[in-house]
Ligand binder design. Structure first.
Ligand SMILES: Cc1cc2nc3c(=O)[nH]c(=O)nc-3n(C[C@H](O)[C@H](O)[C@H](O)COP(=O)(O)OP(=O)(O)OC[C@H]3O[C@@H](n4cnc5c(N)ncnc54)[C@H](O)[C@@H]3O)c2cc1C
Length: 394
């Protein structure tokens, strides 16, 4: 926390709470939860309930809904701080905090009154977003003009949804979902899809597999399966056929939040590299007294600081778009932070020598975790392509 650029005292107080929560609730549990062979068992309701007690779970809700109304910059700082304790814990709250922000803007007054008080009151209230499906991932980031496979048929009073989504963070743990579905046959997804609000207990909606991931194991990712699932008209978010506008209009800070998560992991790795370099003696001196190692530790610091500046700029401008927001900021900060984290992961492992490869020293978990955002929230190559498409649109 000492390295973060803090703008005001509210942020400092919030970050101190989060740092304490990480030290007391996340750090002592992370290694054991990560080690579970069953992919669902890495998730901890205890951590969620403790986060609820200290106000982390709902902090992006406006005060009228029981939250703190944190802005995107402060939220990114919180997400990074959580990521220093564990990437999965950061992801489960990043998703929930982000979707709560989106819901407050994208839901209509009746939907807000129906959903937000329930979400605020439930100590286990988690949120998820279902876009990716087996045939469509980079396609929707770019977007490539193809339809979603998950589709809805109009029926009296609502829609019948069939299909499935996969890889969904909090998929098996959420109580409310935003779901993107093809509602107009023969049109590409960016013209013919609709965003629906879906409750966990809706008949016809079930959870499929919980994915067995390489890292980020304290977060669950799952398949969402829809079999003749009736979703009423009052659950349409925005307008029918306008799903992509919900994505474009209400998600500007999503990419930067993903960057903040992975920066947390980079920070944890950097700290480990420094600690090890101080105690490991080779060549007659601690590693930190060897110039090659010292210089690399400074380079790591540069990568983290520069990536954080980019993430913070994207977050601040997401809330103040009139000051120069541009759409590359919805693609590039995460790619930069993820590349930095991956470099720092491999360097930290190297600084640890053979110890970096042994589970007991904790670097191995962080290396697995650091790989998560090379693909999550968009494969980096896809995000570069997305940014290039904005840059060279004319
Ligand atoms: C941990 C995790 C959490 C996730 N959480 C969620 C979630 O909560 N909700 C959700 O909806 N999704 C989620 N996802 C899905 C995630 O967004 C996708 O996995 C990601 O976009 C990559 O999709 P894919 O694996 O199908 O890769 P693909 O899209 O198949 O891409 C494979 C490769 O092809 C490249 N490629 C693709 N298209 C092009 C092109 N036109 N030109 C050049 N190269 C191209 C890509 O860059 C990549 O290298 C999550 C994924 C992970 C791993």
């Amino acid at each position: 926390m000492e390295e973060i650029f803090i703008v005001n005292e509210d942020q400092r107080a919030i970050l101190e709470t989060v740092a304490r929560f990480v030290a007391e609730e996340v750090a002592p549990r992370a290694a054991a939860l990560d080690a579970h062979a069953d992919p669902a068992a890495g998730f901890s309701w205890e951590i969620v309930e403790r986060a609820h007690e200290v106000g982390i779970r709902t902090m992006t809700l406006a005060e009228e809904w029981g939250g703190l109304g944190t802005d995107s910059l402060t939220t990114a700082m919180v997400i990074e701080e959580l990521g220093k304790g564990d990437i999965g814990v950061s992801v489960i709250f990043a998703q929930t905090l982000k979707i709560a922000q989106i819901m407050q803007k994208a839901l209509n007054a009746e939907q807000r009154a129906r959903v937000l008080p329930k979400f605020a009151a439930d100590p286990r209230g988690m949120l998820a977003i279902g876009i990716t499906e087996p045939d469509n991932a980079s396609n929707y980031f770019l977007p490539y003009p193809t339809p979603f496979r998950t589709s809805a048929q109009k029926v009296p009073g609502g829609w019948t949804v069939n299909g499935m989504k996969h890889f969904i963070s909090n998929g098996n743990r959420a109580s409310f979902y935003l779901l993107f579905v093809q509602t107009e046959k023969g049109r590409p997804m960016n013209e013919g899809s609709t965003c629906f609000l879906v409750e966990r207990d809706r008949p016809g909606f079930t959870i499929g597999r919980v994915h067995d991931k390489m890292g980020e194991r304290l977060a669950n990712n799952a398949e969402l399966v829809f079999q003749d699932c009736f979703i009423p008209d009052e659950n349409v978010v925005g307008r029918v056929g306008n799903g992509f506008n919900v994505l474009a209009e209400f998600f500007p800070q999503s990419n930067a939040y993903a960057g903040a998560t992975i920066l947390g992991v980079a920070g944890a790795l950097h700290r480990k590299a420094i600690e090890w370099a101080k105690v490991r003696v080779q060549g007659g001196r601690p590693l930190i007294e060897h110039d090659g190692i010292r210089a690399q530790l400074a380079e790591m610091r540069m990568l983290i600081d520069a990536s954080r500046s980019y993430v913070h700029r994207a977050c601040w401008l997401a809330d103040h778009q009139e000051h120069g927001w541009d759409r590359t900021l919805g693609a590039l900060p995460k790619a930069m932070a993820a590349q930095a984290a991956w470099k720092i992961a491999t360097w930290t492992m190297e600084i640890h020598g053979g110890h970096g490869y042994m589970k007991e020293f904790g670097v191995e978990k962080l290396v697995r975790d650091a790989a998560a955002f090379l693909h999550s929230d968009g494969v980096n190559r896809t995000l570069f392509l997305k940014a290039a498409n904005f840059m060279f649109a004319d």
